[in-house]
Design a protein around this ligand. Structure first.
Ligand SMILES: NC(=O)c1ccc[n+]([C@@H]2O[C@H](COP(=O)([O-])OP(=O)(O)OC[C@H]3O[C@@H](n4cnc5c(N)ncnc54)[C@H](OP(=O)(O)O)[C@@H]3O)[C@@H](O)[C@H]2O)c1
Length: 339
């Protein structure tokens, strides 16, 4: 593990966006990181507190200048996929340790990446990142220089399914995702316009959401070689994500055995919380917590697992801080404590 400076400096690139702004707030308040700069193209010159008063970050957004801004210990890059890879590559050339929030470095198969996202913007770095789901990759993160923060659906899904996957218990799974509108980023579209979303629920990304191959990739690492059905729905809420997993198991599960496996999983990880009843998104709002509930259904023989996260926090920005903590040798909870 590289020896960490006393207070590592952290750049947040793309801080005018939803996840970048929150990342800037969390870095700025972190006891052992220093927020060195926040960047944006279209909002350069404006204070972040002007764009997002509730984050109370006074730093002024600047246009990214790699020569100047690259003189930092670490960076969180909160760009859209495609735009991220070249910036990540430039930061890595300056020796900056990077947590990338986009999808550019999550997949490890080039053909799969090309199928879902097209040409890669930094092919030499493809496959070099550690997948930044701290609960699964805790041992590899301290040595990581490039971390691919997972997608928000995969985070909730993999934390819900990891115990069953590791037990070889998943024959097939349907992942029913319900997501708040902030998951689509700051720019409004016809699909995310208030009038479209309010008092409505719709499915989207039918039979082809980009997070599905990421779920399959990581389930395979855990021991479940399945092609998951991943179906998102857009809810008329700003933040929050509920994932309901309907698992066809390889054998029958008693509730007591399920409880024991999940209690052990949650007990080993500070941000996992087992709930006596199915959790709601409000229960985890503005936290790095993933709330879980697992139930054996004797009628169908299936196992149902429910997982709630805040897409901007555990789904993105606070997950990035958890990763940075591990990369710099701190307790994974530092600055984002569950209680
Ligand atoms: N929102 C979520 O819940 C969530 C969860 C997990 C992961 N993610 C991922 O995290 C990344 C950021 O998401 P977000 O929701 O924060 O996005 P966002 O609100 O749209 O913000 C994107 C940021 O990137 C900057 N940017 C730089 N180059 C850009 C380009 N070529 N095109 C557009 N914007 C560019 C934007 O500012 P300027 O245009 O001013 O430069 C802005 O600061 C995405 O890759 C997303 O998939 C998001």
């Amino acid at each position: 593990m590289a020896s960490a400076p006393a207070t590592p400096s952290v750049l947040v690139a793309g801080a005018s966006g939803y996840t970048g702004a929150l990342a800037a707030r969390l870095v700025g308040r972190h006891p052992r990181f220093e927020l060195s700069a926040v960047t944006s193209r279209s909002d350069a010159g404006r204070a972040l507190s002007e764009l997002y008063p509730h984050h109370r970050v006074d730093a002024v957004l600047e246009e990214l200048d790699i020569e100047r801004h690259g003189d930092v210990d670490a960076a969180i890059v909160a760009y859209p996929h495609g735009a991220s890879a070249p910036v990540v590559a430039a930061l890595r050339e300056h020796g900056v340790r990077v947590v990338d929030l986009s999808a550019d470095f999550r997949l490890r198969d080039r053909d799969t990446y090309a199928h879902w996202y097209g040409e890669h913007g930094a092919p030499d770095l493809f496959g070099c990142a550690i997948y930044g789901l701290s609960e699964l990759y805790v041992e590899m993160l301290p040595d990581a220089d490039l971390v691919a923060n997972p997608g928000c659906f995969p985070i909730a899904t993999l934390l819900a399914l990891a115990p069953l996957a590791r037990a070889g218990a998943i024959a097939d799974v349907v992942v029913d995702v319900k997501s708040g509108v902030s998951g689509a980023g700051r720019a409004a579209t016809a699909r995310t316009h208030f009038v479209t979303v309010d008092e409505n629920v719709v499915a989207y990304g039918v039979a082809g959401h980009r997070h599905a191959p990421e779920v399959d990739q990581e389930l395979a690492v855990l021991g479940a070689n399945v092609t998951a059905t991943v179906q998102p729905h857009l809810l008329p809420i700003d933040q929050g994500e509920l994932v309901s997993c309907y698992v066809t198991t390889t054998r029958a599960w008693e509730q007591a055995e399920l409880d024991a496996v999940y209690e052990a999983w949650a007990a080993a990880h500070p941000f996992l919380e087992m709930c006596a009843a199915p959790p709601g998104v409000r229960d985890v709002r503005d936290t790095n917590i993933c709330a879980l509930h697992a139930r054996a259904d004797p009628r169908t023989g299936k196992v149902l697992v429910f997982s709630a996260i805040d897409n901007l926090w555990k789904g993105a920005a606070s997950q990035a801080i958890q990763n940075l903590n591990l990369m710099f040798g701190y307790a994974e909870t530092l600055g984002i404590e569950p209680r």
